[in-house]
Design a protein around this ligand. Sequence first.
Ligand code: BEZ
Length: 217
Amino acid sequence: MSLRLGDTAPDFEQDSTEGRIRFHEWLGDGWGVLFSHPADFTPVCTTELGLTAKLRDEFSRRNVKAIALSVDPVDSHHDWIRDINETQGCTVNFPIIADHDRKVSELYDMIHPNASDSLTVRSLFIIDPNKKVRLIITYPASTGRNFNEVLRVIDSLQLTDEHRVATPGNWESGSDVVIVPSLQDEEEIRKRFPKGYKAVKSYLRMTPDPRTNWSGD
Ligand code: BEZ
């Protein structure tokens, strides 16, 4: 059965470019992004892995580790990493799993037979420090993912885990958020949101991002 939001991310042990990975142990107590790509030495995948390498500081700042996967062997991954570094102007700084026996691909339902019966599609999972799956996206082989969007979702998840808010469409860190509809007690709202809020409708209450500094104006 396929994974759903809130499920525990399946643990596994598999080879990678950084040696044998025991997934839950490797994740430690931080966040993880596990993403599959169809194959080594393919153009779109080359750009995606280059982007991920260049975003390392952004991932680290959010306490997130990235890990890629395809069914190609470790030797192929290593050869390909040389090309990625050369063509994308980066240093690949995260492991690539060699899922030769498709153990992980099957656990995470990354092979979609109507797309390809042998290659993984572009699956991506965000996993929280409790090892729960918090985001699942699946892109076709022909469309590279937007890794800024992945960071944006992590920002939203981390913010909404901490505060009783949700983030509107196209939200970016620092812009206004919505107060969750289940929060109705005005005194609690005042305490939680000292910057105040604007009720556009009774169910649509906007408040500044609680993480931003407030001048009191
Ligand atoms: C690519 O990464 O460029 C790619 C992979 C599989 C099919 C099409 C494109």
